[in-house]
Design a protein around this ligand. Structure first.
Ligand code: ADP
Length: 266
């Protein structure tokens, strides 16, 4: 089954979700053996949501991101991305951020950020202009002509976020984007990420192993059970925006983290 665009469907533009997953199942077949990576995932994601995807290692989170990115097909179930108000073009409308920044070491930071636009053959002058603005947004103004080795890990990850946004995709998928950073840099990046999300107004889905990060960043949280993945629960995180680190000391924050621990049986 392939992810489809819902542009032609007669759904209400105001109520239709940006992503609709129904009973999604994914089986890997290698060497004549079958491995069920995702057994049953159902959820809706609204346009502009920041969804944290939490679950034990190996439960199928990356597989779900790959299905949403169009890199894998689901074996069963329904995957609909886009709605009547906002058509979705697979490939063109997705930006990805991984645990490692994966910058090309022979390209400058600006040239790294414009790479997706080059691959998609978008006008280069506009892409450079947009890349400069995005680098300023992620706090890297002045680093356009540096090479990756001249930047810290956190700065490289900021450049990777700018690169994911350069072709103005509707959906950003992030797979443990801050997992390789030290604890302090990670907290700083969390704050930056909230600001970037609010400024860019993108729909973002990010995988994290940190329950605190899931609550701090998410407008919505989806909790997956141990593999094969099933949806344990998904719920809104109604903590006020903009958030700062003080929110972590509030009772409401504690209730959300406890809810996730309970769902994970911890
Ligand atoms: P997570 O991101 O939650 O750690 P993954 O989605 O990477 O989990 O993987 C889910 C399960 O599927 C794991 O047990 C993994 O070993 C298996 N898996 C992932 N990719 C493949 C593949 N290409 N072929 C076979 N098994 C795979």
């Amino acid at each position: 089954m392939t992810a489809t665009s819902a542009a032609a469907k007669p759904e209400s533009a105001t109520t239709a979700p940006m992503i609709r997953l129904r009973n999604v199942r994914k089986v890997y077949r290698t060497g004549g053996r079958e491995f069920v990576a995702i057994s049953d995932v159902t959820m809706d994601i609204a346009e502009g949501d920041m969804v944290s995807l939490v679950g034990p290692s190996g439960c199928g989170k990356s597989t779900l991101l790959k299905i949403l990115a169009g890199l894998h097909d689901a074996d069963e179930g329904e995957v609909v991305i886009g709605n009547a108000r906002s058509a979705f073009v697979p490939g063109r409308d997705v930006g990805m951020v991984f645990q490692q920044a994966l910058l090309l070491k022979w390209r400058t930071i600006l040239e790294n950020v414009t790479l997706p636009a080059e691959i998609l053959r978008l006008p280069l002058g506009q892409a450079r202009e947009r890349a400069r603005n995005l680098l300023a947004m992620v706090g890297l103004a002045g680093f356009e002509d540096k090479y990756p080795y001249e930047l810290s890990g956190g700065m490289q990850q900021r450049a990777a976020i700018a690169r994911a946004l350069v072709h103005d995709p509707k959906l950003i998928l992030m797979d443990e984007p801050f997992g390789a950073l030290d604890a302090l840099t990670r907290e700083k990046m969390n704050l930056e990420m909230l600001r970037i999300w609010q400024e860019s107004r993108k729909t973002i889905i990010f995988v994290t192993h940190s329950i605190q990060e899931a609550v701090f960043l998410g407008s919505r949280c989806a909790v997956l059970t141990a593999g094969p993945a099933r949806m344990a629960d998904s719920f809104d995180i109604d903590l006020p925006l903009p958030r700062n680190l003080n929110v972590k000391t509030t009772e409401a924050f504690g209730r959300y983290t406890q809810r996730i621990y309970d769902l994970l049986g911890m």
